[in-house]
Design a protein. Structure first.
Length: 115
């Protein structure tokens, strides 16, 4: 059974930092491309960052410079470090992994940034 479990969300003041984690099980994690998405209230889910199996990263322009995606294939865990948090970063953050036509999502973790 494939599971992706996010953690690390919470309430933080603007300017603060958070590190989100996504623990994967039931897959050969190292072979999968990983991604973080977020969905703010009343908005569509949007891609935040991706990381390939080889470690190549991409970021959406709105978070570039404040966000770092990383992975630890030994721990089968993916991370999203968010610095200089802004109120507009408030959203549910989801992790996802893909390999070919296979794809899986986590249940999401809430990040709330107070001004």
């Amino acid at each position: 059974q494939v599971q992706l479990v996010e953690s690390g969300g919470g309430l933080v003041q603007a300017g603060g930092s958070l590190r989100l984690s996504c623990a994967a099980s039931g897959i050969i994690f190292s072979a999968y491309t990983g991604a973080w998405y977020r969905q703010a209230p009343g908005k569509q889910r949007e891609l935040v960052a991706t990381i390939t199996s080889g470690g190549t990263t991409t970021y959406v322009r709105s978070v570039k410079g404040r966000v770092t995606i990383s992975r630890d294939n030994v721990k089968t865990t993916m991370y999203l470090q968010i610095d200089s948090l802004k109120p507009e970063d408030t959203a549910v953050y989801f992790c996802a992994v893909t390999y070919g036509s296979a794809g899986y999502w986590g249940q999401g973790t809430q990040v709330t940034v107070s001004s």
